[in-house]
Each structure stands twice: as C-alpha cells, then as structure tokens.
Design a protein around this ligand. Structure first.
Ligand SMILES: CC(C)(COP(=O)(O)OP(=O)(O)OC[C@H]1O[C@@H](n2cnc3c(N)ncnc32)[C@H](O)[C@@H]1OP(=O)(O)O)[C@@H](O)C(=O)NCCC(=O)NCCS
Length: 165
C-alpha cells in the first residue's frame, strides 16, 4: 500500500535516487544538474514554511516511490501568495498505478490549508505523459513559452498549466 506523508530530511537520498536518473536522461524535466544527498538535505530543511512537500511511501518497507512539492510562485510580493508552483515525480516502475493522483489529493488539501488558491506549473512540451497526467487531474493549458528551456543544447517549449484549488 502507498502512504502519503510529509517529506523528511532522511528521505533526501531516496529522492535524489529517484530524481537524478531523470535529470541525467534529460527527457522530462528542465532540471539539468544532478543533486547530491547533502544538497537535497539542505533543500528539504530549508523548504519554505508555506510550501508543501509530500513523499509517497510503500507501507511494507518504507521505500519512497514518489514525491510532490509546492512552492510559493514568488516571494517578492504578496500579490502572488495564493499561487503555488507544483512538481511531481514518481518512480518509473510505479507509473500508472495512481501514485501521482494520491500525491495530488494530499497536496491539494494541504495547500488549501496553507492558503493557496491555485497551482501553476511549467511542463516541457515534449513531456506528453506529464501533460496527460496534469490534465487528467484538472489542470488546464494556458499557454506555451517558446524555446523556454535549453537542455543538452536543444531548445524545448514549456507548456504553462494551472488549476484552481
Ligand atoms: C507525470 C507522473 C508524475 C504521473 O505519475 P503517475 O503516478 O504515473 O500518475 P497516475 O498513475 O496517478 O495517473 C493518473 C492519470 O493520469 C493520466 N496519466 C498519467 N500518466 C500518463 C501517461 N504517461 N500517459 C497518459 N496518461 C497518463 C492517466 O489518465 C492516469 O489514469 P489511468 O492510469 O487510470 O489512465 C509520472 O509519469 C512521472 O513521474 N513522470 C516523470 C517525471 C515528470 O515528468 N514529472 C513532471 C514534471 S513537473
């Protein structure tokens, strides 16, 4: 069974083991540099108080099979305080088993409690799976930023998506 819970500093290693292969593959994310466990520990420990950071854990053995986080869209004004930027990552072997959906349900409720009113994200235009996932859970495409990412020397459009909570 899968349990969704707030991420802990001790999850750093598991998270980079999930994330770094995706970064190295260069196919789904705009992130281009792998993280060390220490960098991830710092990222978790300094995660914004208003943020939401959830891990999906296998109850049998505690394996982390996915995570999702929401950070404030911007901090230089309170004018964007109701907007959270969301990201979702699920272990490849766990795809299409409803883990992303479980993460989203928990994240949506936690984000509402923290005063967010909408989610926003950039998704690579070539990331067909992630776009289908976000659409399925109620996101809407609101635009395309052309040649917005440059990964391994190749320009990629970024699709802007949003969803009211
Ligand atoms: C996008 C991602 C998080 C989806 O996670 P997931 O746990 O596989 O998603 P779910 O099983 O909860 O899928 C829910 C629904 O979304 C849709 N969906 C999810 N992945 C899909 C895919 N690859 N193709 C088409 N539809 C998809 C389906 O409708 C699915 O329901 P169904 O399986 O009953 O048909 C996962 O594919 C992933 O981690 N990808 C790599 C990282 C990434 O690109 N993250 C996005 C960057 S922000």
């Amino acid at each position: 069974m899968i349990r969704i819970r707030p991420v802990r500093i001790e999850d750093a290693e598991a998270i980079i083991n999930l994330l770094n292969p995706l970064i190295e593959a260069g196919e789904s994310t705009a992130l281009d540099t792998v993280f060390t466990a220490e960098e991830e520990r710092i990222f978790i420990s300094e995660f914004p108080v208003r943020g939401v950071f959830h891990a999906a854990e296998q109850t049998e053995d505690g394996t982390i099979v996915g995570f999702q986080n929401v950070e404030p869209f911007a901090t230089y004004t309170d004018g964007f305080a109701h907007v959270g930027v969301i990201g979702t990552y699920v272990e490849r072997s766990g795809h299409r088993q409803g883990i992303g959906r479980l993460l989203f349900e928990a994240t949506r409720l936690a984000a509402k409690d923290k005063g967010y009113e909408k989610f926003f994200a950039f998704v690579r235009a070539d990331n067909v799976g992630a776009l289908a996932f976000y659409k399925r859970i109620g996101f809407e495409v609101i635009g395309v930023a052309k040649r917005h990412a440059k990964i391994k020397g190749r320009y990629i459009d970024e699709v802007m998506i949003e969803r009211e909570l």
